[in-house]
Design a protein around this ligand. Structure first.
Ligand SMILES: *Cc1c(COP(=O)(O)O)cnc(C)c1O
Length: 947
């Protein structure tokens, strides 16, 4: 046996455990178990056509070789992306730390106070810098955030009698090209008319509902938008501003000149370029729009003892939960990156940020002076970091390339260059040299930056980041401990199994993660010439091919940066295809009742009408209902969205019949691939008859969840849809008849695609298949152990689960116990709750994944069985060990103890816990209180002084 095989590290159960597990399950062999789980007729006959897996050491050499093929030029291209320096204390303690990157979305607030605080810092930072009242905890990137602003303002029209039917949205021609492309994509199905023009000559009229401006403009000019906003408001036009976050340190924040929404990216706050992402987009607005904000908002509330506790605010109103009434489909966002950007502000504080922003600005001003001395004309009258220079672009380009520098060629006679935090005097002199050579003049170097500001009339005067957290941790020791203090409050995969059904919390291997830290992967600008990114091109092309093989499809786009984005992208390609056949009128989307909320939300955003189909009493899709509805709508049927195996964790044997019905009635089949972990190597979307699917690389393909992002949601499509795969306006990607961009960067979040590439490379065909088989084995083992004392809802025809199962907790209502009580009690046992009340209210959905060992599965089952016993022996009182869960150290060590059960029973109900106790930092959090008293920023410094 090859003991250096990566599969042995990735897969939990040891060979010696298998017999015991099968015995418990009641299967003779793994083959038999799989035979009983997967219906006949959808099983793959051949192994995946992928090479054998590499060992970890082989992969590490391989990825180093590829890294060397990326050229580390200095990029001054700008357009929303700037080189940034990640403080090492943040890189080492967050980006490279599984305590942070393996956490899940903070749905269980009691064991997520660390990242909730980090996100509250992020929101506070955004509010302060933009001058707005309310910010969310990140969006996917600047362009999709701008599109969310456009749609949110569109949905707000209903508040204004005169605007009800107004569909025109003005976009300044100064907007970033990728943002305009994303806006165009998003506007079309919603009937929004995007009108691009010059904001200086715009005629304000009642026929527009909203407008979008870029601040500073795409080639660097800083316009004063005060009059524009005032005139717009007078005409009832709401204004969104896309703003550069670092520039807001020195420029008047949009909130101070009346903007309704401010969006942008926080990439330059210490986040690597990563060839396009992941980076945290931001979205800030006025308090009055709090019910309409896309994404998640973190708010302050209190716990059962009245102590301050954080949680996701307005949680039950997270947009996609409204299904087809939602105005946004965003689910996974960019939590890890938002945490890092917030920490960047914590570490630098207001003075540090001012120093950085001024250094960037003074560098630009000094450079302008030098270029003028060389006889160049600089066009921007007021600017922050970007110069627009009149010059022979082709000539400059050639010399720049020879000096390993990238500028932006605006047109034949203009070159733009954006400076950044990492630009030093030596770098400036390389630039001066290039322009001197092009002018045929002598090179006279810059020796010192001149501290003169060229910003006219839009200088920031207001203070920002006055809160204590931004003024306390400026030494590395203090910062390291602050990060660690927060980390300790959170339960991540480095503590215990996180069995969230539908979320696939598997191993995120260190060997997969390490390349993210390397400069040759981290510091490549997404709009750098493709020939400078050969390493990336190899990884991305190969990953596309790997995913084609795994899904059985013909083409893949890596652009969507979340699962929900993938859904949307997939539906848009379907629509483009139908249109190309003259069937653009087809707009009905059938969605089973059990589908994830993002499905109907995405369908509506793609301009489709959702028709819900029934689920039968076994949890399966009601085939007759699908047939009836498909036939009823045969002239207008566009698509079926189906999750497979089902959201209930079952391989429905009727799937091929279902997909055939849709095709027979002129529709396309969209498969939600969130449950791909049960399919890889055994079956695939093409085999079941789908036309397109998205995959969540942050579930099945080992990208860590990061506390709620990043994600990558590629779409894989059959041959007839390949030509419609999405494009990018700056770097050519996508099909020959491509739809416009879905997200900002050409290949989405390219940096983290490395993780999935490594995962597939190291597992190889056999390892991938074995992972799927062990995921099914682990799930059925848990099912067998729990079914002694719990009802497991919905199984396949032979009584098998796929890779996850639903455990019914509704029967305990008669004991006064809710599913939430069980979820919170699991914390006392050291476990994160499984998925609560999805897809069935009052249940938990358990998905162990292949990475968990038999020992860990046993501890988890022991915990649930022990809780079951606690339920059976409850005294007739609300004061019980479940209702009071979770128990904090503070509560248990207080001098007073008046509960009818012991402290020992509260904290250490099973033996294994004493070895590995997790202490929640707060008691049960009061959600409703926080929603009634919405506070979504850190307390201002005065409250600390008073205290
Ligand atoms: C996770 C999930 C999604 C959404 O993916 P995001 O990356 O969070 O947008 C969609 N459908 C199902 C079934 C899922 O489990």
């Amino acid at each position: 046996m090859k003991t250096d095989s990566f599969a042995l590290r990735h897969i939990g159960p040891r060979a010696t455990d298998i017999d015991q597990m099968l015995k418990t399950i009641g299967a003779d062999s793994i083959d038999q178990l799989i035979y009983e789980t997967l219906p006949d007729g959808i099983r793959l006959k051949d192994d995946l056509d992928l090479p054998e897996g590499l060992s970890e050491s082989e992969y590490t050499s391989h990825i180093l070789q590829l890294a060397a093929k990326n050229k580390l030029y200095k990029s001054y291209i700008g357009l929303g992306y700037h080189e940034a320096f990640t403080p090492s204390v943040i890189k080492r303690n967050i980006l490279e730390n599984p305590g942070w990157y393996t956490a899940y979305t903070p749905y269980q607030a009691e064991i997520a106070q660390g990242r909730l605080e980090a996100l509250l810092n992020f929101q506070t930072m955004i509010c302060d810098l933009t001058g707005m009242e309310l910010a969310n905890a990140s969006l996917l990137d600047e362009s999709t955030a701008a599109a969310e602003a456009m749609t949110m303002l569109h949905s707000l029209r209903s508040r204004d009698q005169k605007k009800q039917d107004v569909n025109k949205f003005f976009v300044s021609e100064e907007i970033l090209p990728q943002t305009l492309a994303v806006l165009n994509t998003k506007a079309k199905p919603l009937g929004i008319e995007v009108e691009v023009g010059d904001h200086r000559t715009f005629e304000f009229s009642e026929t527009y509902y909203g407008a979008l401006l870029q601040y500073p403009a795409k080639y660097g000019e800083v316009f004063n938008y005060e009059d524009f906003v005032a005139n717009a408001n007078a005409a009832g036009i709401k204004v969104a501003v896309a703003a550069d976050i670092l520039s807001l340190v020195v420029l008047t924040p949009p909130g101070e000149f009346g903007a309704d929404v401010v969006v942008g990216t926080t990439q330059r706050f210490g986040i690597p370029l990563g060839y396009g992402g992941p980076h945290a987009g931001y979205f800030a607005t006025k308090e009055e729009y709090k019910r309409n904000i896309p994404g998640r908002i973190i708010g302050v509330s209190k716990d059962k003892d009245g102590n301050r506790a954080l949680r996701m605010a307005l949680q039950t109103r997270e947009q996609h939960i409204k299904r087809d009434k939602a105005t946004s489909n965003i689910c996974t966002a960019q939590v890890l990156l938002a945490v890092m950007a917030g920490m960047y502000a914590v570490y630098h504080g207001p003075e540090g940020l001012k120093y950085i922003a001024n250094k960037v600005h003074f560098s630009a001003a000094t450079l302008e002076q030098k270029l003028k001395e060389l006889g160049y004309e600089q066009v921007n009258k007021s600017y922050f970091d970007t110069l627009l220079v009149k010059a022979d672009a082709a000539k400059i380009q050639v010399i720049a390339q020879a000096n390993e520098v990238n500028f932006l060629s605006v047109d034949e006679n203009h070159v733009a260059l954006s400076l950044n935090e990492a630009t030093n005097i030596d770098d400036l002199n390389v630039i001066v040299k290039i322009f001197a050579e092009a002018a045929g003049k002598e090179f006279d170097p810059i020796t010192v930056l001149s501290a003169t500001s060229t910003i006219n009339g839009t200088k920031r005067t207001s203070a920002f980041l006055q809160e204590a957290v931004f003024n306390s941790y400026h030494s590395e020791t203090e910062m390291m401990r602050y990060i660690r203090k927060l980390e300790r409050k959170d339960l991540s995969l480095n503590h215990s199994m996180i069995s969230l059904g539908s979320c696939t919390m598997k191993l995120n291997a260190a060997t997969e993660m390490l390349p993210l830290s390397m400069a040759q992967w981290a510091n490549i600008h997404p709009f750098a010439p493709v020939d400078q990114a050969e390493g990336y091109q190899t990884v991305l092309k190969t990953l596309e091919q790997q995913l084609n093989v795994i899904t059985g499809f013909a083409g893949t786009s890596l652009q969507p940066n979340s699962g929900a984005q993938g859904e949307y992208a997939g539906l848009m390609t379907i629509q483009a295809y139908l249109e190309s056949k003259g069937e653009g009128h087809r707009n009905i989307c059938l969605i089973p009742a059990s589908a994830h909320g993002t499905n109907p939300a995405s369908a509506v955003l793609a301009g489709m009408k959702v028709v819900v189909t029934k689920t039968d009493e076994k949890g399966n899709i009601d085939v007759e209902d699908v047939r009836e509805k498909a036939e009823k709508y045969k002239d207008s049927l566009a698509a079926l969205m189906v999750t497979y195996p089902s959201t209930h964790g079952v391989f429905e044997s009727s799937i091929k019949e279902i997909t055939q019905i849709i095709h027979d009635n002129g529709g396309q089949v969209y498969m939600d691939g969130a449950n791909m972990n049960a399919q890889v190597g055994l079956t695939n979307p093409a085999t079941i008859g789908a036309d397109v699917c998205h995959l969540n690389l942050h579930k099945t393909f080992a990208i860590p969840h990061g506390g709620g992002g990043p994600g990558v949601g590629p779409i894989c499509v059959a041959e007839h849809l390949v030509e419609f795969l999405p494009s990018n306006p700056v770097i050519k990607t996508g099909g020959t008849n491509a739809i416009e961009a879905i997200s900002a960067a050409p290949w989405g979040s390219a940096l983290v695609c490395l993780i999935s590439y490594g995962y597939i490379k190291m597992l190889g065909a056999q390892g991938l298949k074995q992972s799927t088989i062990h995921a099914i084995l682990n799930a059925n083992y848990i099912k067998a152990r729990l079914s002694e004392k719990f009802d497991i809802l919905y199984t396949g025809e032979c009584g098998r689960a796929a890779h996850e199962m639903i455990v019914d907790c509704r029967p305990f209502k008669k004991n006064g116990i809710e599913v939430t009580d069980i979820a919170k009690r699991l914390i006392d046992y050291g476990f994160h709750a499984p998925t609560v009340s999805f897809p069935v209210a009052g249940t938990i959905m358990v998905e162990p994944t292949e990475s968990e060992s038999k020992e860990e599965l046993d501890r988890f089952c022991d915990a649930l069985l022990s809780i079951r016993e606690e339920i059976d022996t409850l005294a007739d009182s609300e004061d019980n060990v479940l209702k009071n869960a979770p128990h904090t150290l503070q509560m248990l060590t207080s001098d007073e103890w008046n509960h009818p059960y012991s402290r020992q029973k509260a904290a250490f109900p099973l033996e294994y816990i004493s070895e590995n106790k997790f202490w929640p930092s707060v008691r049960r959090v009061d959600d409703a209180f926080g929603d009634r008293n919405l506070i979504c920023t850190c307390a201002p410094i005065e409250t600390y002084i008073e205290a």
